[in-house]
Write a protein that binds this ligand. Structure first.
Ligand SMILES: [Zn+2]
Length: 273
């Protein structure tokens, strides 16, 4: 089996991030995955794995910010234009999700509720591993994971309610599979990385600050073959990575059809002949 992918590997840091599991709950906890063994010296230990939720949403938000900065009208986050009470929810510079033909750059990259996204955002699970040296059979990112116990005080300063929030801290990486994107869509995505600032809950209190440090753009060739070993079959996978280069990242602007240029007052632009 041989497969070729185009990937963007992004390296980031957070001092403290709370990628919440659900939107409404008293105790916000991170999404717990399974438990795996790891080896330190000749000893075997176990560790819990957690998933970094919200990376795709973080990226989509960054792309929306870039489009707004360049006055390009793109899909909003929802098909709804107003709430039951008549409150308008589509901000100026956006159209309701999916209501663009030909599709805007956000629809081409992220899809809609009905159409699949052209990219996948992937991240190896994170784990809190006490040992400096360790080996695992599956890929894991070592970060610091802990819980913060917080107290809500009354107006007069009396503690009235406890709550617990989980967080992680440290360097982490994630990967965007951009195999299905054109070069100019990839350039748009690359520039959007400049707009990534936060992830998860507590932004207003200073939590979830994300710093994008660097990224690699690469062609990854994956080959898998079956090996027979001591009477059983084993799948052996090999990856060969070649760095790819794209010049003049900002040139994606020249490839955007002129009709998608938004207007100052946020009205739907007129289709140019
Ligand atoms: Zn759109």
């Amino acid at each position: 089996m041989r497969k070729t992918k185009k990937l963007m590997m992004i390296h980031a840091y957070t001092p403290i991030a709370k990628p919440i599991n659900t939107s409404v709950q008293k105790n916000s906890t991170m999404l717990l995955l399974g438990q795996i063994p790891y080896e330190n010296g000749s000893k075997i230990f176990t560790t819990k794995l957690y998933y970094i939720k919200g990376l795709r949403g973080m990226l989509r938000h960054a792309c929306m910010s870039l489009a707004q900065d360049c006055s390009i009208e793109v899909c909003h986050t929802s098909e709804k234009t107003e709430l039951k009470d008549g409150t308008k929810v589509t901000p100026s510079g956006f159209h309701p999700l999916g209501e663009c033909e030909p599709p805007c750059i956000l629809k081409r990259i992220f899809g809609t509720f009905r159409e699949e996204s052209s990219i996948s955002v992937l991240s190896d699970p994170i784990a809190s591993i006490k040992h400096k040296e360790f080996t695992t059979e599956v890929p894991v990112q070592k970060v610091h994971i802990a819980s913060e116990y917080r107290i809500a005080k009354s107006f007069t300063g009396i503690p009235i309610q406890d709550f617990k929030e989980s967080y992680f801290s440290g360097y982490f990486s994630f990967c965007i599979d951009v195999t299905e994107l054109t070069d100019y869509e990839i350039k748009f995505l690359m520039e959007s990385l400049l707009y990534i600032e936060t992830l998860g809950a507590g932004k207003r209190s200073g939590y979830g600050r994300i710093k994008i440090i660097s990224f690699e753009f690469q062609k990854v060739e994956i080959t898998r073959k079956i090996d027979r070993e001591n009477g059983s079959y084993k799948v052996v996978e090999n990856e060969s990575i070649t760095p790819l280069e794209l010049d003049d990242i900002e040139s994606w602007r020249d490839s955007i059809p002129s009709w998608t240029q938004g207007t100052q007052d946020g009205m739907l632009p007129v289709l140019n002949e």
